[in-house]
Every structure is written in C-alpha cells, then in structure tokens.
Write a protein that binds this ligand. Structure first.
Ligand code: FE2
Length: 387
C-alpha cells in the first residue's frame, strides 16, 4: 500500500447517532449543548408531510422551544440563507437543527456561519475561511446520500452568477449528526436512487483521491459494499428496513470518508449543472461517475480494481486493468437498474453552457485531489461525453 505523502487531516467528526428512532433524541442533545430555542431549517416537503412538526414536538417535550424555517430549496441559494439568518434573529434563536437532505443541512450550516460570524455567506467561500464556530448545531438526516450531516462543508448557489460556492472549514461541522432510517422510508424511488448514487460517488472519489489514507479507505470500501448490496433493494421497496438501515450506514461512512480524503472531478463537474439549471446533485454525479472513473483509471488501476471487488464483482485471475473496467461497468449497471438517466441532454442541459461550466469546474475545491491531473479541455471533453 502506498501511503499519502501529505499530512492527513482527521477533522473532529460530529457525535453520530444512527438507527431507527434516533431522531427522538434531538431534544436531549440540544439540552446537552446548552440550547434553549432552536431554528429548525428544513424544506417544504418536510413541513408538508408533518416531519418538521414531529421534530418540533420532540424538542418541546424536552422543555425547549423551536421555530420552523422551511425555506431551504433544492440546491439552496444565498437568498435562502439570508432569509434563514433573518428568521434566526427575529425569533431570538440560540441553536440550529437542520432537518432533511443535503439542501437543508447546507442551508442550515450557512445560516449558522452567518449568524455567528456576520456578513453574508459569500464572504466565507473556500477552505478554512470561517473564523468562529456555528451555534449549537444538530443535523437530522432524512436521505441517504449527501453525507452533509457529517461533513465540514456547505454548498450554496450564488444567485448572481449561478455558481456553487463551497465553504469547507472545521467550524462548519455539526455537533451531533442523526441518521434515522425511519425518516428515510418516505423517500420516493427516484430520490432514493439519486441520493444513493451521490453516496457511491463520495465513496469512490474518496477512495481514489490524492488525499486517500487508511482510515478513509476502510470507510469508503465498506460504503461501496453496502451500496452495491442495498441500493437496488431500497429503490425497489422503500419499506425494506434492512435496505434503509444499510443505506443509512453507507451514506454516513461515505460522508466520513470524503471528509477525511476529499473528492474529485465527478463532483467538480456535477456541481455546475446543479447550479446552472437546478439539476439534482445525485443524478449529475451518477452520470459523471463512470466517465470520470474511465478518465482517472490509469492514475491508480489497483484502486479501481479494489472498487470492483467492493462492488461484488469476481476479479479472480484478472489483470488490474480488466478488474478496473469491470468495476466501472458494475457502476453503470447499478445506475441503469435504478433508473438514472444516461445523459444530461435529456435533462435539459445546453451544449452552449459547456465552456463556462468547464471553467468553473476546473476552479472547484474538489479538483486538486482528483487522481489524474485535469485540464480545461479535459473538463470540456467530459461534459461533451455526459451530454
Ligand atoms: Fe455529493
């Protein structure tokens, strides 16, 4: 095993609670953090289906207060963040509970950053640019994908130029992360598929990242194994609790893996159609992942062979190259089996946007840890292949 030449950074992870019913502990943990009144940052779906009210009730039963802010949109924007900060101040809140998938957590984290540091979220884009910690923060996750409940990152769309701003800092970690599979049962098949492929992209990109290390390797390979075993089942039958629990662990492990090792250009490429025309993050990642694996393969054939094995493929007697290709094929087959579209054209992406998207993708914080050196022309070519 080759060891990384850089110093690995193991950021302090949040305390994690995983399991059916884990979200009921939210009030107790807010109390332990010294909170009195929480802003629940969530989306319209969580409000409509009553999940936000149930969490509010759990908090109130612990003797605390809570206010619901349901303004986190998919691919949350700087405007959502400004509204959330206003709600936090107007209601005299002292803590935040983000409830939902990555959009709610990212929006909640950004509200937390601005409420303690002042200014606007644009001031904090980049790495280690957040001086003060967020207020006490609990992330309750209801999808099995983004890993945002455990990562030290928030991704917010700048509405002025439609580009995603990535904020990555030790001060952007939740204090407590809760993954409750009972709250994931209601996810429709398409969302289960998209978020599951996002988790797979985290695990694969972390495993081949230039920042890879033994801790992240162990987490990433286990996540890939669990996704190969459970994602089809979770999409086929959302009530299959074994599959939901398996995917909850998988997305948590993948989130921890990329918090430690970083990501690669599947994410750099995927963020742009997300911010340009609002395409779902998981679907974009699923489309780019096999293309990026083929592009990167020569940089670390042995790692792609490991991925094939973790995907459940029999690689006995194969060369590393044959095994790597088999693993990439297994990723494509999984994607097709769970109904992910095969290209961006059918989702409304325009060829004319490619030059600008490629430039932004090259500048992304995920690009430097990609195992193969990437040029602007490479980004253009990958976008063209993904159409
Ligand atoms: Fe992601």
């Amino acid at each position: 095993m080759s060891m990384p030449l850089t110093v690995s950074r193991f950021l302090m992870p949040p305390i994690s609670l995983i399991g059916c019913g884990a979200s009921k502990a939210v009030g107790d943990y807010l109390k332990k953090l010294g909170a009195k009144k929480a802003l629940i940052v969530t989306d319209q779906g969580m409000k409509k289906f009553g999940t936000a009210d149930s969490i509010k009730q759990c908090i109130e039963e612990a003797g605390l207060q809570a206010v619901i802010f349901a303004g986190a949109e998919p691919n949350p924007t700087d405007l959502n963040v400004a509204d959330g900060v206003q709600a936090y101040k107007d209601n005299g809140c002292d803590s935040i509970v983000s409830l939902g998938g990555g959009s709610s957590h990212d929006c909640g984290k950004a509200v937390g950053i601005v409420s303690t540091n002042g200014g606007k979220i644009h001031d904090y884009k980049g790495i280690d640019t957040v001086p003060k910690p967020m207020p006490p923060f609990i992330a309750i996750n209801t999808t099995a994908g983004t890993g945002s409940e455990v990562t030290p990152a928030a991704v917010i769309t700048n509405t002025e130029n439609h580009v995603k701003m990535v904020v990555w800092s030790i001060n952007v970690s939740a204090n407590v992360a809760i993954d409750d599979p009972e709250l994931m049962v209601g996810m429709p098949p398409a969302l289960t598929a998209a978020t599951g492929m996002d988790a797979l992209t985290h695990a694969v990109e972390a495993y081949v990242s230039l920042g890879h290390n033994p801790k992240a390797d162990a987490l990433a390979l286990k996540a890939i194994e669990l996704i190969a075993k459970y994602l089809r089942k979770a999409v086929a039958n959302g009530q299959d609790m074994d599959a939901r629990v398996g995917m909850a662990y998988a997305e948590y492990l993948a989130g921890e893996a990329f918090s430690s090792a970083g990501l690669g250009i599947a994410h750099s490429l995927a963020h742009q159609p997300g911010s340009f025309i609002g395409l779902p993050h998981g679907v974009c990642n699923a489309i780019f992942l096999p293309l990026v694996c083929e592009f990167n393969m020569n940089a670390c054939l042995e790692r792609y062979a490991d991925i094939a094995k973790a995907m459940g493929e029999d690689i006995a007697g194969m060369t590393e190259r044959e095994a790597a290709l088999l693993g990439i094929e297994a990723i494509r087959t999984l994607s097709a089996d769970i109904g992910i579209p095969s290209g961006l054209t059918e989702l409304g992406m325009k060829e004319e946007d490619i030059p600008e998207m490629a430039e932004w993708a090259l500048k992304e914080v995920c690009t430097p840890t990609n195992p193969r050196t990437t040029t602007l022309q490479d980004m253009v070519d990958l976008y063209k292949k993904a159409m």
